[in-house]
Design a protein around this ligand. Structure first.
Ligand code: NAD
Ligand code: ZN
Length: 283
């Protein structure tokens, strides 16, 4: 493991455009359950998973009812009170890698806003954020407090409407069955096309289309000159990206050879050591 941590630090220092991808696993050490880990919400309660899949359908059919259920606490809330949680050393390590100029962007599946709280600046929230609302027509985002939701409920004015286009407002968090907002979908693809190191932390990589990002990066090739035995230079096509996983367990990315290597363990422990190693190399 120490060897792999050193290798990751070296790969990051040598990179020109490294990006991070994160999933629920990076936030379990902040007390938020993941979905598919051993203590995950779905692992313990498969029925909750089945109901969750109806999320966007329920919203589309009756946005007023959907809002009323959420505001009265009857709606689905799997992750506990996200206002109170704080980032852990894993989130801080990624923010520090950005500050060191190494990590250019973090794309997270998490809706907990912990990367933002830890200070990551160039952040793409692929599945939205619990602290924001979004117009499903024009895509504009708002702070959660901007609409006076409780008052709208009392006055029977739900669902909230977009001040710009009158579209229906939903929480920014992407429900099952809901398309990924086009801005983050496009920007994430661009990042996957651009990066030369991808550091994937705490995701089971089975939720699509997010799980396509490492696969798309893996397909990319770059050309390198190499001297053959006869002394003639030839061009060889090599992978354009190094993909590193930090995860408690192997994932399909590990098993299918999408990632170059897995550092197995907790992100809150491993990522800070990687940062220390990066600093030592750079001294
Ligand atoms: P997942 O639950 O499917 O997988 C989490 C992965 O992280 C597992 O492989 C698990 O073994 C690993 N893991 C757990 N704790 C870890 C730790 N401390 N260190 C390293 N690895 C650890 O999560 P996912 O792949 O992100 O997919 C779940 C979906 O649910 C996502 O789309 C996400 O939007 C949503 N979700 C978000 C949160 C959150 O915002 N914190 C929490 C649960 C689920
Ligand atoms: Zn709008």
């Amino acid at each position: 493991m120490e060897q792999l941590i050193g290798r990751a630090a070296r790969d990051l220092v040598d990179s020109k455009y490294a990006i991070g991808l994160t999933g629920a696993g990076i936030s379990t050490e902040s007390g938020i359950p993941d979905f598919r880990g051993p203590s995950g919400v779905w692992t313990k309660n498969p029925e909750a998973e089945r109901r969750a899949y109806l999320g966007y359908q329920e919203f589309s059919e009756d946005p007023k009812k959907w809002w009323e259920e959420r505001l009265s606490g009857r709606g689905q809330s799997f992750l506990g009170d996200l206002e109170k949680v704080i980032p852990n050393p894993g989130h801080h390590a990624l923010a520090e890698l950005e500050e060191l100029g190494i990590l250019k962007c973090v794309i997270t599946q998490n809706v907990d806003a912990l990367h933002e709280k830890a200070g990551t600046k160039n952040l793409l929230e692929y599945h939205g954020s619990f602290s924001k609302l979004r117009c499903i027509s024009c895509g504009l985002r708002f702070g959660r407090d901007e609409f006076g939701l409780e008052e709208l409920m009392r006055e029977n004015q739900l669902p909230p409407r977009c001040p710009k286009c009158r579209g229906v407002i939903k929480s920014d968090t992407v429900s099952f069955g809901e398309p990924i907002p086009s801005d983050v979908a496009h920007q994430s693809l661009e990042e996957a096309w651009k990066c030369d190191v991808m550091l994937i932390c705490g995701t089971s990589a089975v939720v699509y289309p997010f799980a396509n990002l490492p696969r798309i990066a893996r397909e990319r090739r770059t050309e390198r000159e190499k001297q053959t035995e006869t002394g003639i230079y030839a061009v060889e096509r090599i992978s354009a990206v190094t993909i590193i996983e930090v995860n408690a367990d192997p994932t399909p990315l590990t098993e299918e050879g999408i990632s170059d290597y897995l550092i197995q363990g907790k992100t809150g422990e491993i990522l800070p050591i990687i940062v220390e190693e990066v600093k030592k190399i750079r001294k």
